[in-house]
Write a protein that binds this ligand. Structure first.
Ligand SMILES: Nc1ncnc2c1ncn2[C@@H]1O[C@H](COP(=O)(O)OP(=O)(O)OP(=O)(O)O)[C@@H](O)[C@H]1O
Length: 662
């Protein structure tokens, strides 16, 4: 079944309102909430009074609200004993992170213990958010606080419905941002917070962000209305509440400082051909600082940055790296350390191994189609195809199954199945990801050879074509429209080398926190100390695991909509909104719903509401079903069916809009 409801004041003035509310009933599977970003603070909509109002109230009874979805999932979990999931999606800046926070706020409200202790599990869950944001969010051209990863926050409950733990899984952290930032954008917030931290910054020999290569590339340091020093204190407080020990907190910020010093190390050509050395005294200073903060041997750090070892039949030989290879090596080390640090922080919220019921909230990037689309858009759109399939299966298939179960006459509506594009992307041994991995493993492959192989392998495939005006770009026909991908950087971006020297350097750190980030890996025989690890394949596996989790839950959907590109309140760009609804599968859902019987009422609900129209028959000689039939006869309605099995009445809502008038 499908419930489509709109949310936010802005939506009331638009054509979208015509779809709202189509129906409601006591089962919530397949409901979609459209949450329009108001771009203005509306505290009265989200306070505890509001939470109290939505608590335990039948879904659809009150105005559409994110609390209604959160409450519905909590009630369903408690009543049916089944885990739930809430899938929040939308484009950058649409309000996913804010919506996720509101859901967590509501769940901690209904599932929290009234304790004064700051370190209750629910406080930890709430405080995990600012922590994740400090380390995983950054300013982009679209959003000052953009999440640079997808996340699935699983709130665990005990049998009495109290929060007992939480687990956070993150997806596709944008690692490149640690070392490279585009104009007007920033690195992760935590770096600026640390630079503004006063005493701590001094202790780690930090100063203004403009002194650091990893922060000064975009000349953008401040965020409107945000004080980094205050944010630093908030992050520290969040760490306390989540339960990160003070020595681990010290290690975490020391690592951030080390990364900044590492980025300031420059190289000049060495005496030997194609070799490099640390450029001069200034760069040696940063090298010494980085080594000292990482608690590692400075000479080993130099060797790690400027050389690479290769295994041959005769033994290990050490090959010098030229300056540009040394810079790439330095950046790879910075990215690896940061990614492992963030992974570790995400694990810091306490899990409850005994919990049997959970509510998972997925906050993941929506479908993307820009003028230039690269590997990141490919991965994001792959994830959206997966989620779209899940959406299809759970909303459309269940809709159809319900009709056949209730023996309702209904002509089967086709929905666009996207299995073919998923096969094209992920099928082994020949799919886009497999071909890309194969290209990455052969040193001589280029994006040209990759594209040629791709076009040869899928000649005539209805979902793949060569992009116009390019020999190497490919266009995929996604469920939400066509996207052309530029392949130039595909191979590079898919290569995530695990560099043995990096692991050795870090696991030898005298700081136990750092060495634990790099546990010894089983020795593998390889000719190179660089081991290829595929970003796309790892993402594919993570998505698979996510889909398995989602499939074991009852899903609820929230589609966040960005009403305008200027981030202003009260401004609605209809074309863009329609495009977002199409990308979120909402228009397709509406189509399916309108083709069936979107309005459903139990006989009793129906008679409660409309019995007044047939007062002359309410003398007790008719049961609820009989009275419902009398109402329908009186209204001269035709497009309805009466289901015997669950005492339900199915109506076509658009024609019988009267049924929705409260
Ligand atoms: N419910 C809301 N009430 C008030 N302001 C909101 C609300 N939702 C979003 N905003 C505003 O919009 C901004 C962007 O929202 P948010 O960061 O949640 O977007 P997002 O979809 O998570 O973006 P990204 O994918 O880039 O992380 C917020 O910083 C906030 O200013």
């Amino acid at each position: 079944m499908l419930t489509l409801i709109s949310f936010g004041q802005a939506v009331n003035d638009t054509k979208l309102a015509v779809y709202s509310p189509l129906m409601s009933r006591d089962t919530y599977t397949g409901s979609i909430l459209i949450a329009v970003n108001p771009f203005t603070k509306l505290p009265h909509l989200y306070n505890s009074h509001m939470m109290e109002q939505y608590k335990g109230v039948r879904f659809g009874e009150l105005s559409p609200h994110v609390f209604a979805v959160a409450d519905a999932s909590y009630r369903a979990m408690m009543n049916e004993g089944q885990s739930q999931s809430i899938l929040v999606s939308g484009e950058s800046g649409a309000g996913k992170t804010e919506t996720t926070k509101l859901i967590l706020q509501y769940l901690t409200f209904v599932g929290g213990r009234s304790a004064n202790d700051e370190r209750t599990v629910e406080q930890q869950v709430l405080e995990s958010n600012p922590l994740l944001e400090a380390f995983g969010n950054a300013r982009t051209v679209r959003n000052d606080n953009s999440s640079r990863f997808g996340k699935f926050v699983e709130i665990q409950f005990d049998a009495s419905g109290r929060i007992s733990g939480a687990a956070i899984r993150t997806y596709l952290l944008e690692r490149s941002r640690v070392v490279k930032i585009a104009d007007c954008e920033r690195n992760y917030h935590c770096f600026y917070q640390l630079c503004a931290s006063g005493e701590d910054a001094k202790k780690y020999k930090l100063g203004h962000p403009s002194n650091f290569h990893y922060l000064n590339q975009s000349h953008t340091y401040e965020l409107d209305g945000i004080n980094s020093a205050e944010e630093y204190l908030k992050t520290r407080r969040a760490m306390d509440i989540v339960g990160i020990s003070s020595s681990n907190q010290e290690a975490i910020f020391r690592i951030l400082a080390a990364i900044l010093h590492l980025g300031n190390i420059g190289f000049s050509p060495g005496q030997e051909h194609d070799s490099s050395i640390i450029k001069d005294e200034k760069f040696r200073y940063h090298l010494k600082e980085a080594a000292s903060l990482f608690r590692c041997d400075p000479n080993l750090l130099i060797a790690t940055l400027c050389t690479r070892s290769i295994q041959t039949h005769e033994g290990t030989i050490v090959k010098a790296l030229d300056c540009s290879a040394a810079v790439a090596n330095r950046d790879a080390l910075a990215k690896t350390v940061y990614a492992r640090l963030v992974e570790n922080i995400n694990k810091s919220v306490g899990q409850d191994p005994d919990s049997r019921i959970q509510i998972g909230v997925l906050d993941i990037y929506g479908f993307e189609c820009f003028t230039h689309n690269s590997f990141e858009q490919f991965c994001i759109n792959f994830a959206n195809e997966k989620l779209q399939q899940h959406f299809n299966e759970h909303v459309f298939k269940m809709e159809q199954e319900e009709y056949s179960m209730e023996e309702i006459n209904w002509s089967y509506i086709e929905f666009i199945d996207n299995q073919d594009i998923l096969d094209l992307i992920e099928k082994k041994p020949i799919g886009i990801i497999s071909l890309l991995d194969e290209a990455c493993m052969f040193p001589k492959s280029t994006h040209e050879t990759f594209s040629t192989k791709l076009f040869q392998s899928f000649k005539g495939h209805p979902r793949l074509e060569k992009a116009k005006f390019s020999e190497t770009d490919f266009t995929l026909s996604h469920y939400a429209g066509k996207v052309s991908y530029q392949t130039e950087a595909f191979l590079d971006k898919n290569r995530d080398y695990i560099v043995i020297e990096h692991c050795n350097l870090m696991s030898a750190s005298k700081c136990p926190f750092i060495s634990a980030l790099f546990p010894p890996s089983p020795e593998e025989s390889s000719r190179s100390s660089y081991k290829f690890s595929s970003v796309a394949s790892r993402f594919k596996q993570q998505l698979q695991a996510l889909m398995e989790t989602l499939n074991s839950t009852e899903p609820h959907y929230i589609r966040c909509v960005k009403p305008n590109s200027l981030n202003r309140p009260q401004k609605f760009e209809n074309q863009s909104v329609l495009h977002q609804l199409r990308c979120g599968g909402v228009l397709e859902a509406v189509r399916i719903s309108l083709a069936g019987y979107p309005t459903r009422r139990t006989y009793s609900e129906f008679v409660d509401r409309f019995g007044i129209l047939v007062l002359e028959f309410t003398d007790g000689s008719y049961d609820e079903k009989g009275l419902a039939e009398k109402v329908l006869q009186k209204l001269n309605l035709e497009n309805f069916q009466i289901a015997e099995r669950f005492n339900l009445l199915y109506c076509i809502s658009i024609k019988n809009n009267i049924l929705n008038i409260n």
